[in-house]
Design a protein around this ligand. Structure first.
Ligand code: KIV
Ligand code: ZN
Length: 557
């Protein structure tokens, strides 16, 4: 059998009983670094062209990124040309740092400096893998040899930067595979690199801690970051950055716990494109801050554009359930969710703290429409039907009618197996409740109130049928109509439910009435809109009675 878990060993945990990060909170956005144009690009089936990189870079700048890894210029001519274009065409704003990655080899570092010659602000990023697997099996070096590679590269970087004083340089070092490296050894290598760079003497230094492959739970990674944070020399002069991948699906969680553990800076890609399962997703991480009332310092209100540009350039569609960005993430199909959302949205006023059930953030903040929030399928209940009728047609129904209509719509959805749009819900409402059966339109009414109640003369009919005059007596207009109908049809019609509303002045009809009547154990509901509440009530009774008469006629035919 090849599917055998015994092939694998448990991840190594870190012994740090005095860990402090679990009781910390994230209170501000980290310094973000977007690595879409390098790490993201390296993972694409079709890597980006210079034109595509320009477009992506422009978006990153516009939404607010200040540190952008633009490529691996010593490894790719396109990346080299892109660096040159950025500098020669003056495409980099003054406050933006471009970052370039290089392996720790002399000729590659040299070529990298060539690529960014003339840049205003540049970050040269060197790395070498430090974990036992790489030391033993890939590079065949011991710990000293591994550290020496880093120190040598740091020295070349320092010296080459000194040759290009027109640029404001930042130096970045990544102990690649940090999360799989003995943390005390990682600290040793970082210290050795910093002895060359001397951040305490003014050199801007970024120490980037990658979970090159995510190998453990995020708490273990946070412990590792906290150990570095507490133990490296020159800590107060160094930016600690994290660069997590998503192999176990926890790239964002690992970055967040790392911020609690002392990380100042976070590298990632928009929507998480990157090697294997991807890089840490900047959209999710940033929006997680936003949803807690922290300014992410990135303009995610341009989410639609972000998704569009990323999809177009990476040729990777966004999952419809992708946090904050997917097509369906603000949609509720479930009836109880719809009910709760509708109630909370009804109470929410602009300026309030957002407290809406099932919606972690206001969809409008990402330029998403409330129309998307409630959609109807066979899982939806009365809340959804009510919500779309109110939202799209301004029709509010009493509870008993909401329940009745939801059953009808649910049957439609079950038969169809898919979604029922709001137009179809409205059509159902019209055909099953609002349409007046032939011959049952209220033409006029005349009411006389006397000692014995109301005497009513009610004319009904329409273009296709002669006018019929119904006369009856009752406690009110509705009672008088019911009495006359019962006499005429030999019924014992009873009104089981009755609700009437006056509508706003802006509507053509000023009143709406909803009724459910019962005759011989059969029920029939109807809704009517009319110029006044009496006319609406009479028409609703007439429509229900007309449907009842039609049903009886069909039965006896
Ligand atoms: O994932 C990784 O380790 C990297 C480094 C080169 C920073 O991308
Ligand atoms: Zn990476």
């Amino acid at each position: 059998m090849s599917f055998d878990h015994r092939k694998y060993s448990p991840f190594v945990t870190v012994d740090k009983p005095d860990r402090k990060w679990p009781s910390r909170r994230i209170e501000q956005a980290p310094l973000w670094a977007a690595v879409d144009l390098r790490d993201g690009n390296q993972a694409l089936i079709k890597p980006m062209s210079v034109a595509q990189k320009k477009r992506f870079f422009k978006l990153l700048v516009e939404v607010g990124f200040k540190e952008i890894e633009v490529g691996f210029p010593s490894g790719s001519q396109i990346d080299f040309d892109f660096c040159r274009a950025l500098i020669e065409e003056d495409l980099v704003p003054d406050d933006v740092h471009i970052q370039v990655l290089t392996q720790s080899r002399h000729e590659l570092i040299e070529r990298t400096f060539e690529a960014v010659r003339g840049a205003r602000n540049a970050i040269v990023h060197i790395y070498n893998a430090t974990s036992p697997t790489f030391r033993d099996q890939v590079f065949n070096v011991d710990k000293e040899g591994c550290k020496a590679i880093a120190v040598q590269a740091a020295t070349w970087v320092r010296d080459m930067a000194a040759q290009q004083p027109e640029t404001h340089w930042s130096f970045e070092y990544s102990p690649e595979t940090f999360s799989a490296t003995e943390t005390d050894f990682a600290v040793e290598v970082i210290d050795a690199v910093n002895e060359v760079w001397r951040p305490d003497q003014g050199q801007r230094v970024i120490i980037n801690l990658p979970a090159t492959v995510e190998v453990s739970t995020p708490n273990v990674f946070a412990d590792q970051v906290e150990i570095v944070h507490e133990n490296i020399r020159y800590r107060e002069h160094v930016l600690i950055s994290v660069h997590t991948h998503n192999d176990r699906g926890c790239g964002v969680a690992a970055a967040e716990l790392s911020m609690m553990a002392g990380a100042d800076r976070v590298e990632g890609t928009l929507l998480g494109n990157g090697e294997r399962t991807g890089n840490m997703d900047l959209v999710t991480c940033g929006m997680n801050l936003y949803a807690q009332g922290i300014d992410p310092l990135i303009d995610f209100s341009r989410m639609k554009e972000i998704v569009q540009v990323v999809e177009e350039i990476t040729d990777i569609p966004t999952h419809p359930r992708h946090p904050y960005a997917g097509d369906l993430v603000f949609t509720a199909f479930s009836g109880s969710h719809q009910d709760a959302i509708r109630k909370c949205l009804g109470l929410y006023k602009p300026g309030d703290i957002w407290r809406v059930a099932y919606l972690p953030i206001d969809p409008a903040d990402l330029n998403r429409r409330y129309e998307e929030v409630v959609r109807i399928n066979s899982q939806s209940g009365k809340g959804g039907v009510t919500h779309v009728l109110e939202r799209d047609y301004g029709i509010s129904l009493p509870r008993w009618l909401q329940q009745e209509m939801a059953k009808l719509v649910q049957t439609d959805a079950e038969e169809d197996g898919g979604e029922i749009d709001s137009r179809r819900v409205h059509q159902r409402f019209n055909s099953d409740y609002l349409e007046v059966p032939n011959g049952w339109t209220l033409r006029s009414y005349d009411l006389h109130r006397g000692e014995e109640g109301v005497q009513a003369q009610i004319s009904i009919g329409d273009q296709r049928s002669p006018v019929t005059v119904l006369s009856g007596r009752g406690e009110g207009a509705v009672g008088a109509l019911v009495e006359s109908l019962n006499r005429r049809h030999g019924w014992q019609l009873q009104v089981e439910a009755f609700d009437e509303y006056s509508l706003g002045d802006n509507t053509e009809a000023n009143a709406m009435a909803c009724v459910r009547v019962q005759v011989g154990g059969h029920t029939q509901s109807a809704v009517a809109l009319a110029a006044d509440t009496t006319a609406a009530a009479l028409q609703a009774i007439l429509s229900a009675a007309g449907r009842m008469a039609e049903a009886q006629a069909r039965k006896s035919a």
